[in-house]
Structure formats: structure tokens, C-alpha cells
Design a protein around this ligand. Sequence first.
Ligand code: B3K
Ligand code: ZN
Length: 877
Amino acid sequence: MTAPNAVFLKDYAPPSHRVHHLSLTFELGENETRLHTCFRVTPDAPAGRQAGPLCLHGRGLQLERILVDGSAPPATAMNHDEHGLTLTGLDGPGHTIEVTTVLRPRDNTALQGLYRSGGLFCTQCEPEGFRHMTYFPDRPDVMTRYTTTIIADSRRYPVLLANGNRTGAGTLEDGRHWVTWHDPHPKPSYLFAMVAGDLSVHQDTHVTPSGRRIGLQVYTEPRNAGRTGHAVEALQRAMRWDEEAYGLEYDLDCYMIVAVDDFNMGAMENKGLNIFNAACVLADPRTATDDDLETVEAVVAHEYFHNWTGNRVTLRDWFQLSLKEGLTVFREQQFCAETGSPALTRIRDARNLRALQFPEDSGPMAHPVRPGSYLDVSNFYTATVYDKGAEVIRMLHTRLGDAGFRAGVQLYLRRHDGRAATCEDFRGALEDATGTPLTDMATWYEQAGTPVLRVRGRHDPVRRCYHLLLSQFTPATPGQSRKQPLPIPVRLGLMDPGGQLLPLRMDGEAAPAGCERVITLHAEHQQITFMDIAEPPVPSLLRRFSAPVALDFPYTREQLALLLGSDDDPFVRWDAAQQLTLDAIIQALDHGGTPPLPTTLTQAVERVLAGYRDDPAFVAETLALPSEDYIAEQRACVEVEAIHGAREHLRHAMGSHFAAWWCDIHTDCAGSHAGVPRQRAAALRRLGHLALAYRVAAGAAGVEAALRQYHETDNMTDRLVALALLADADEELARQPLLTFYRRWGDDPLLVDKWLRIQATAQAGDGLHRVQRLMRHPAFDMGNPNRVRSVLGAFSQENPLHFHRVDGAGHAFVAERVMELDALNPLIAARLVLPLTRWDRFDADRAASMSRQLERIGNRPKLSKELHEIVAKGLAA
Ligand code: B3K
Ligand code: ZN
């Protein structure tokens, strides 16, 4: 492998020139598109110093013309290489640069820059897509105002959209038409967007507190008209929430969202013109599942919140990515908690972090929230930057309190409005707004790895006090062998044996101050003492999941049962249930056989079940077993079949032991619940489906119940859950329902994705053979990222039993697809290869098979930079 060059944070240098205005004219053609740009630059050097050369990034472009101040630049003043053009001699007061490039959007299978999706033209520029369209300083700290004109055939492309406000339109004699858009807000090139096509639009409005009427438009291809109502309502809720929670109003006349079928990720926050993966915006009232509605709501809100945290204040460089992503995920989490259930939102945040980010932090791709270097920044849109980044923001919020945090964010936005900022700028604004020093938080941005928080307690009956010894340890990660202690906020309480939280008085305090405290552990070890504790208490630790750490406390089963039954913190209750079930699975793993369910567990579950109607979604989360991946993370070596077997045993045992409960709950909770508010109905269904899953695990009667549910239900959530359970349980039995499903819904791409995913993740039968068959199905399309994720992504990430078959055929198959994909869409190839990089977690045969496949990929002559980076790190582990 020849190694591409790395980019380092320490090498950051400010841009050499300012750009004053950029005008773009797209002449869209079926095969070729001409893009004319014109911009004015002035040198931006410190007084007395000459500006450096002007670097115009450009990748794989056909340059038709470049003029500097109206003439072609002399060859001596222009250097052209694979990264772009470098112009020298641009000193003096200012220069006008005009560039024309010729693009072939139809051939753009990487979906970065200008590309085709179905009958549409659309763009994706973050992070470095703009350089696939023209030569320009494609870096986030170069901000300017954009005017965009789009010229296209008026019949095929009646709708022409770009960022900002529409300022002009007209027709040309040759049957084409044109529209001009102007965006008054300076922005970096990654936030540019344009769309052209035959689109239906769903219009609504939002009136801001200052009385401005904003036009809201969601555009889709005509076949998807009628599927946008939920997104529009979600957008209105998000706008209202940002006004109330942070005092932030929208700042253009219209807010547009366009749904496209071919998209590398979920959605993109381009200024005033969001482009969305259809899966994250469309929701047909007849076919959307409960999960779809939640996803649409969260993603619409997330992209909207970027309008301030990301767009109005953007990033100095890509190392600061978490400055916008961590903060915006945190704001999205706040929104979901406040408009839905705070308890459930937090449980899901924690579960998500443990499932995705903790493994990343302990693997070869481990990197800090603010990485120090990259080969390709596209590989750093990770759970660490997004979700651990959000947890770091949450710890700042915990430290400052809600009002202080809000004041800090407002100061940050005022201070840096219209400019590019760094993570230090954000922290500085929080410090200045509240007078609270926060420099100790820098380590959270710079240090990779999941800290282990070790807690031990000791009760002193004579002095009637309880000592807690807190300590922390962060394992080494690639390139960071020595770790510093971090400030870890530990929200805690102490529970007496009767299940009451005790008033907390620390040594040296005159009187207790409530039953919950946040103790911040700064050093490697710290001891704290609570007074007036008559009996040994059970500590309730990391309440509300107060820090992104792995907790190590030697709870007994009885203590976990007490927390699960009596704590008032939903995260602690949920986590106690997870530990109880994990303990039962580990018993089965360590001792083999099929041990009976521990009585402590059955009694605790019985108590949870008794209250199921009060909070069905919480009960569903609490009684769902830890995933095979999560169990694997707790083991020194991943025992694929044994983990699967032990978890299956527990599923079966729980299914049989509580058979009567599951039957009643399933009957009570699955179904449509007409007239019941949407979120309550979804919560009931979620529990109903857990009950059905346990019924299926218990045996034949459950499988029949799933079959009945599949045929008799009138809603898609019930239908898809039943179909997935059938496909998991019995390949033969699922054959007919799978066929009828496709016959009925095969023309709906979003449902076809779900249908593919169900088969790719199914446990029954020969999973690899099934996936090979799916790839030959007419619905499969290697060029469509949603299809690739539904089949190959789902198989390699969510079907460990079949992907990791011991003969290595699953590994080889995925490696071959990765190599094929790399030529089409490197970004998706680089994602798909990730599971193979975890070879060091497996037994010798599997580790050899996985690393052999990585080597095979690495030895390919023309590897993309994206894929190279992941494979090289995977092999170095
Ligand atoms: N900012 C985009 C992600 C762009 C990813 C580019 N590979 C979506 C988001 O986080 O809102
Ligand atoms: Zn984002």
C-alpha cells in the first residue's frame, strides 16, 4: 500500500485570502453540466507580510477555462496537481477569478459533489464535496456570500433550488429556464447545495416570536407526495423548541427540505436547503413504523438545530467537527427528551453510546472527540465525534446548570456569528458567560478511550458513615499509551436496604443537602465519606448516566434487584436490569449448560411486569436482553456461538417462565390502539412486541402468534416485527410471508430496504447464502447506499452468527464486496470494512481469517484514501 498524506491539527494555517462573494451558474445537461464560478479574493496576510499562494482545491475536474482578472494566468503563476490549483502573485488590492468546469453527474457514483439521484440533480458537499465541482478554497474557514443561478430544461427540471432566498427567474428561448438564489449569510463551501428536478412540494408556515412568517417546503419526487406531513410537523416543533430553549430564531424567508433516494448518510444541513435521505424524512401514514416516526423527528430537528450550531457559527477546520456535531446531537437529545420521554431518551442515549461508541473507543479506530490527524476526514463522522462529543457537552451542561449553559451557548453564538470557531472558542464563551473555569475539560477532547470508573464502598457501623473510594483508569489506545485523569462527574445517591434514598451529608458539612449529589472525580483516586449512615447502603451511581464511562462496582444480585425495584432514576433501574440479565448470560457462558433463572432475577422481573401499563416503553427497554455485541464487549475473547447460545437460552427461559405474562401483554399491547395518543400507542406496541419476541423464543405457540400477527394486523410496525421474528425463528415458515410482503410492498423503496434488512439479519438457516441470494435480487443495487446498508451493512454489523461463521466465508464475502464498492463509493466501502478491523477480539481462526481479508483488501493496487485509512489502522492493531 502506498500511504496517502496525513493532515495534522497542529499544522493549521489560516487562509491566505478572503473571498468576498461567489457566484455560481450551473448549466445542467443530461450528460454534461457546465459550472461557471466567479469570485473575488483579497490577500489576508498579517501587516507587513506577503500573502502566500492561493490554493484552490479541485479533485478529478475537467477545467475548461480559468481567468484571473479577465485573462488566462501565465503558466508560471499556476501550478496544477491532483489536489487542485495553486495561484501565485495574487497580492495587491483584489483579484477576480473565473472558472468553468465540465461535470458528468451521471458518472458520479461516489455521491459527493454534483450527482444524479433518480431523475434529480443534487449535491453533497460536506466535508469536501465542493472540490468535486469546481476549483475553490474548499475549507470551512473560508466563508462568503453565494449567488447561485441554475439553468435547466424546464420540462424535466421545473423546480430549481439553491441556498438562501429566490431572487429571480426567467425562461430562455431554447426551452430552458433559470432561477437565481441569493444567500445573505456568509457560509463555507461545505454548506452549499443545489437541487433540480420534477418535484412535488408540501408547503406550510412557521411564525417566529418576532413575527416573521417563514415558508416551510418539503420537496419530494411526485410518487412520494403525501408522505411529508410528519416531517413538516417535526420541523415546526423543532423551530418552536429552539426559540424557547435557546432563544434562537430562523434567519431566512424559507426553509426547504428535499428527499432523495441515493444518499451517503442520513441528512445534510445545507443552509436553508437541507437534503435528506428519503428514509429520514418520508413517513407514509399507512406504512411508517413507530421507529420511522421517531427517526424522522430526530433527524429533522438535528438538521434544523445546525442552522445555528454549525451554520451561523461554523468550524475553523475539520478537526473541530464535534464543535458542531457533538453540540447539535446534545441539542437533539434535549429536544427529544423534552418533547417525548426524558427517561427513555436518556436510556437510549446510553445504550447507543455503549453499543457503538465504546467499541470504537477500544478498537483500532479509537480517536479523541477532537482528533489530531486524519487521512480522510470522511472517516471521522463517528460515534466518538457525534455521541461521545454530545456527552462531553452534557458534562459541561451538568457543571454549569441549564441557565448557565444556555447563557454560554448564546454568548458563543453572538461572539462568533458569521465566523468559523474552535472547540476552545466554545469553552471560552461558556467560561466567560458563567465565570466558571472549564480548562480541565480539554482532556475530554484530546484523549481517546473509555474511562473505567471503579467505585468501592465501605460502611463503618461505629462511626455510622459510608466511605466511597472512586478511581479511574483509561486503557491505552493507538498512539496514546499514557492517559491523564479526566474530570468525571458522578451523580450519585445512597439507598437504604428498604429502598429509600438517604439524605446526603458529607464529612464536614453541617446539614444534608438532598438525596442526590454530583461529585466530580478529578484525580486518579478520591475518597468521600457520607455521615449518618446507619446500615450498609446500596450506592446508586452514575445517575442519568452522568458521564460516558464504564462503571465497575461489585453489586450483588440482591443489590441490583433493589435498585431495579426502588430507585427513582430510570437509567440506574434500566442498567440494574441489564446487569442482572448479563449476569445470568455470563453464568451460562462460564459454566455451560442451561442453568435455571436466578430467583433474584425472576422476582425482580415479576415486579417490573406488574407495573407494565404505567410505563410500557420503560418496561420494554428494561426487559430487553443485552445484545450479542454488548455481551461480546464484556468478554476477553468473543465466543461467537457460545454467546449466541447463552443469550438464546436466557430468551427461552424468560419466555417460558413468564409465558402467561407475555401472552397477556402481547394481547393487550400489540395492535393499533385507535384514539390513543401516538407516543402512548407506540410505547404499548413496543412492549407488545417484546412480549411476542419472548413468546416466539418459548416455542411453537409463539411462532403461531407471530404468524397471526403478521396476517391480521392493520399497521406496519406490528407487521414488520412479526416478519422479523418469523425470519429469525424459521426460514421455511417465513418464506411465504416474505414473498407476500414483497408482492404487496415491492414498489416502496423504504419498505424494500426493511424487507432486505430482515433477511440479512435473520438467524435461521444459512445466513450467508441468503445474503448472496439477496444481492442477486432485482431490488438490490450496489449504487444505492440504503440498499448496501440494508443487506451488506446489516449482515456484517448485526448478524454476528453468520458473518463470523468459522470457515471465514462471511468475512471473504464481505471483503470482496468492499473491494467492489471501493471503485463505486469509497465512503460506503470504508464503513463496510469496519467490522473486519476488530479481528483481535476473536479466537485464533477467526482473527486469522479477518486479518487475511484485510490484507487482501490492503494489497489492492488502487485503494481509495478513505478505505486505505481504515484498512491500515485495522492491520496495525
Ligand atoms: N453534517 C452532516 C454529515 C455529513 C457527513 C459527510 N460524510 C449531517 C449531520 O450531522 O447533520
Ligand atoms: Zn449533524
